[in-house]
Write a protein that binds this ligand. Structure first.
Ligand code: UDP
Ligand code: MG
Length: 343
C-alpha cells in the first residue's frame, strides 16, 4: 500500500446525469490534476464513472471523455441496479488496482474541495474517512426531519451509523477488500462500512444544492432505502412484535380472570362491544406481525439465492475502442438484415 503518493480512484455512480456530468468531469479532473501536481496522488489516479443503466446520454459523455481525458474511465452496467449496488460495482472494480477509493455522487452536492483532506487523512494512516455534513441547510424541511429521525431510530435500535454521513467517503484498499466479502443482496453501505472497522476519522463539509438535473431518490425510493437499512441490520422490529404479543397475552389473562369473576357473580352483559374491539385489535396485530416476519423471510429468500448483484456491460479499463459502443444497435441489426436480403 502506497501512503505517500497513493493511486486514488474516485467512484461516481451515475443514473441519467447528462445535465451535470460534463461539469462533474471537469471539476473532478481539476481536483485530481492539482493533487497529482502537488505529488499528493499518483499520476495514474482515476475517475471511475459507473453508468447505472442510464437511458440518456450519460454513457456517451463518459465514453467520449475517456478518450480525451487520461483520468476518466468507466463501467457500464447491463441495467439499472440502484445507487448502492452501482457504487459497489465501481468499488469492486477500483479495488483491483488502487490504494484507496473515494465514493461521491455525480451531482456535485458534496464539496469536492475536501478530497484533499480525505487524502491527507489517508496519508496520516486512516483507512476510512467519512465525509460528514456540517449542517442540512440546503435540504428541504421534509428531507431534513425525515433523515434526522431515521438516524435517531437506527441509533436507538443499536445500528452503528455515522451521523449525517451519506456515501461520501474514502476507503483504503484493505477496507475495500473486506467490503467485497460482504455478499448480501440487500446492500446498505452506510451500515456495513462502520462494521468493517479499521482506523477511521471524519471530515466536515457543507452539502450544496444539486448542480443540475433532478434527484433520483424520490420519496418512495427513500422510504424503501430506509426500510432496507433497518431490516438488513436489525431484528428489533420482530422483537417488538414479540414483546407486544407477550404483553397482550398477559393482559388477556387478566381480562379473562376478570370476565370469569364477573360471570360467577352473575353481572355479565351482552359484551358485544368488547368482543368486537378485541377481534379487530388482535386481528390487526396478528396481520402486522405476520407481515413483518414475512418481510424478513422474504429477505432470507433473496439472500439464499445468492444472485449476482450486477452485470458489467462495458469496462473501459480493458476496452480499447470505447466509442464503438456508441453506434446505435438498431442500425447494426438493420444492416445485418440488409445483407441477408441481398444474399
Ligand atoms: N444513482 C444511481 N442509480 C440510481 C439512482 C441514483 O446510480 O438508480 C446515482 C445518481 O446518479 C447520483 C447518486 O446516485 O450520482 C445519488 O442520487 P441523487 O443525487 O439523485 O440522490 P439525492 O442526493 O437526491 O439523495
Ligand atoms: Mg444528490
Amino acid at each position: 500500500m502506497n501512503r505517500t503518493q497513493p493511486h486514488l480512484t474516485i467512484v461516481i455512480p451515475c443514473y441519467n446525469e447528462q445535465e451535470v456530468l460534463n461539469e462533474t468531469i471537469d471539476q473532478l479532473t481539476l481536483v485530481l490534476h492539482q493533487l497529482t501536481l502537488e505529488k499528493l496522488l499518483a499520476p495514474s489516479s482515476k475517475l471511475l464513472f459507473v453508468d447505472d443503466g442510464s437511458i440518456d446520454n450519460t454513457w456517451k459523455i463518459i465514453a467520449r471523455s475517456s478518450t480525451k481525458n487520461k483520468y476518466v474511465t468507466g463501467l457500464r452496467l447491463a441495467r439499472n441496479v440502484g445507487h448502492q449496488t452501482a457504487l459497489l460495482a465501481g468499488l469492486e472494480r477500483a479495488q483491483k488496482d488502487c490504494d484507496c477509493a473515494i465514493s461521491i455522487d455525480a451531482d456535485l452536492q458534496d464539496d469536492i474541495s475536501v478530497i484533499r483532506d480525505f487524502v491527507e487523512k489517508y496519508q496520516d494512516g486512516y483507512e476510512v474517512v467519512y465525509g460528514v455534513r456540517h449542517s442540512r441547510k440546503t435540504d428541504t424541511y421534509f428531507k431534513r426531519t425525515t433523515a434526522q429521525s431515521f438516524y435517531k431510530l437506527m441509533g436507538k435500535l443499536g445500528i452503528n451509523l455515522v451521523y449525517n454521513h451519506a456515501d461520501y467517503r474514502l476507503m483504503s484498499c484493505r477496507v475495500l477488500k473486506q467490503l467485497s466479502k460482504y455478499r448480501e443482496v440487500n446492500l446498505f453501505l452506510r451500515g456495513i462500512v462502520p462494521m468493517i472497522g479499521f482506523r477511521s476519522t471524519e471530515v466536515l463539509y457543507d452539502r450544496k444544492e444539486r448542480y443540475a438535473g433532478e434527484t433520483k431518490y424520490p420519496l418512495k425510493k427513500m422510504l424503501s432505502f430506509a426500510f432496507n437499512g433497518l431490516t438488513s441490520f436489525s431484528v428489533a422490529p420482530i422483537r417488538f412484535i414479540t414483546m407486544i404479543g407477550f404483553t397482550l397475552f398477559f393482559l388477556s389473562g387478566i381480562a379473562g380472570t376478570y370476565a370469569i369473576i364477573q360471570k360467577l357473580f352473575g353481572v355479565t352483559d351482552a359484551g358485544w362491544t368488547s368482543l368486537m374491539i378485541s377481534i379487530w385489535f388482535i386481528g390487526g396485530l396478528q396481520l402486522m406481525g405476520i407481515g413483518i416476519i414475512g418481510e424478513y423471510i422474504g429477505r432470507v429468500f433473496m439472500e439464499t439465492k445468492k444472485r449476482p448483484k450486477y452485470a458489467i456491460d462495458v469496462d473501459l479499463y480493458t476496452n480499447k475502442d470505447p466509442l464503438s459502443y456508441l453506434k446505435p444497435k438498431e442500425n447494426q441489426t438493420l444492416n445485418a438484415k440488409k445483407v441477408q436480403w441481398k444474399r
